[in-house]
Design a protein. Structure first.
Length: 110
């Protein structure tokens, strides 16, 4: 191996290590925040479901359906929350793959 090739390899290794040092904390932070958002959304979903159940009891007990538009809004919010959760899971999976890739790259560099 020529000296220039060795220098290129050393530069690539330094760059890879520096990049991993820079990205690993960012990815870990993103991952922890995504997990926290998922937990918050699950809690929100539980509260919406609980509220819907209580409103349904109220609607069943009364003859007037003046709160029907509110119930429809809650149902719509539940659907939007479910869609957001699917998107969030996709993002979380991608972050996990990036983190795993960084781990594999770290093993090949060291």
């Amino acid at each position: 191996m020529e000296p220039n090739e060795r220098l290129d390899l050393i530069d690539k290794d330094k760059f890879s290590k520096g990049l991993m040092t820079l990205l690993t904390p960012v990815i870990e932070e993103m991952d922890s925040r995504i997990v926290a958002v998922k937990a918050s959304q699950l809690e929100l979903n539980k509260e919406i479901e609980r509220l819907l159940a209580e409103l349904q009891l109220f609607v069943d007990a009364t003859e007037q359906s003046t709160i029907q538009p509110s119930i429809q809004k809650l149902i719509s919010a539940t659907k939007k929350l479910a869609t957001t959760n699917v998107t969030l899971k996709t993002v979380h999976d991608r972050v996990e793959k990036m983190y795993a890739q960084l781990g594999r790259d770290k093993e090949t560099v060291t």
